[in-house]
Design a protein. Sequence first.
Length: 156
Amino acid sequence: MRDHRPTTAAKRVTKAPPRTAAGAAAATSDLRKAEDALRRRGLAYPGAYEEFPWGHSALKVKGKAFAFLAFEKGVFSVSVKLPESSSGALLLPFAEPTGYGLGRSGWVTASFRPGESVPVPILSAWLDESYRAIAPKKLLAQMHALPAQERAVPRR
C-alpha cells in the first residue's frame, strides 16, 4: 500500500542520542513524564477511569476506551480516536493509523523513542477530541465545569 504522506513532511524532532546509561535513563524519564502528564489529563475528564487490558493503560469512559497509553521496549505510544482531525494528524511524522483495523475508524497512534520530543500540547488536544467522540452527552455537558486551561478544544 502506498504511503500518502507528503514527501516534504517534517522529520521527527530528536535530541542527540544519549551516550551514557544516565543519558538513556534521562531520555526515558522524559517519555515517562509525558506519559504521566497525558494520563493525568485523561483521568481528569468527567467519568474517566483507567484499566489495564493487555498490560497497557486504557483510559475509558462508560466502558469505552478513548485512549491507550503504552510503554514497550523503550517506546512510548498513545492511541486516540480522531474522527475530525485524523487525516491531518497522519501527516505528522510520529503518527500512523492504529493497528488491528482501528485506523479505519479514525484511530491514530503517535509513537516516540528516547530522545524524541513529545508534543504534549498536541496530544492533549487529541485526548480532548477522542474523549468528546466517545463520552456520552451527559458527561460532555459536565465539561463546562472544567477550568478553561483544561479545555484545549472548544465544545462541539
